[in-house]
Design a protein around this ligand. Structure first.
Ligand code: IMP
Ligand code: MG
Length: 172
């Protein structure tokens, strides 16, 4: 399978700096709880958290709605829950990509039950054409067409996460 460059490391880093500044400007003072959705969003969390100047807490949540292939199973499963309480917290869910919206539709509902002060979503990539469930996304890095992408945390069967750029995975 071939890789076609879509977003360069420089474009990604520039956009994340803008997102961090926007997030700093939007929130009242206080600690922002960044919830990283494993595994894909771990690179984005690392860079976004350093683009934010206010105090942050980070925690990780494992969720799987995909098998090893390209298509959604429609099933959402928690594989690792948070260590910290969200009660009274400003929560920002940090995700790599929103596709059908099934994962985040489910997750925002779940986290809202934990009595946070607010819950918003920051995603690096969005494929709006593919939405099956409504999701209210506060911060989007890039809207992209309906193509399968890898790199910067995004995988195909666990491969390609460590690419610095984001590429479209093309069948030969
Ligand atoms: P959703 O529930 O369909 O919105 O699925 C979101 C999840 O699907 C993301 O967190 C990714 O793990 C995965 N995903 C969706 N599109 C892609 C893609 O183009 N490349 C790699 N993973 C993807
Ligand atoms: Mg994911």
């Amino acid at each position: 399978m071939g890789l076609r460059p879509l977003l360069s490391e420089e474009q990604i880093q520039q956009r994340i700096r803008e997102m961090g500044a926007q997030i700093d400007a939007d929130y009242p003072s206080g600690t922002l709880y960044l919830i990283c959705i494993l595994k894909g969003a771990c690179y984005f969390l690392a860079d976004l958290s350093r683009a934010i100047e206010r105090d942050t807490f980070i925690d990780f949540m494992g969720i799987s709605s995909y098998g090893r292939g390209r298509t959604t199973s429609g099933e959402v499963k928690i594989t690792k829950d948070l260590d910290i309480s969200l009660q009274g917290a400003d929560v920002l869910i940090v995700e790599d990509i929103i596709d059908s919206g099934v994962t985040l539709h489910y997750l925002t509902g779940l986290l809202n039950q934990r009595k946070p002060k607010s819950v918003r979503i920051a995603t690096l990539l969005d494929k709006p054409e593919r939405r099956l469930r409504p999701v209210d996304v506060a911060y989007v890095g890039f809207s992209i067409p309906d193509e399968f992408v890898v790199g910067y945390g995004l995988d195909f069967a666990e491969k390609y996460r460590n690419l610095r750029d984001i590429c479209v995975l093309e069948p030969d």
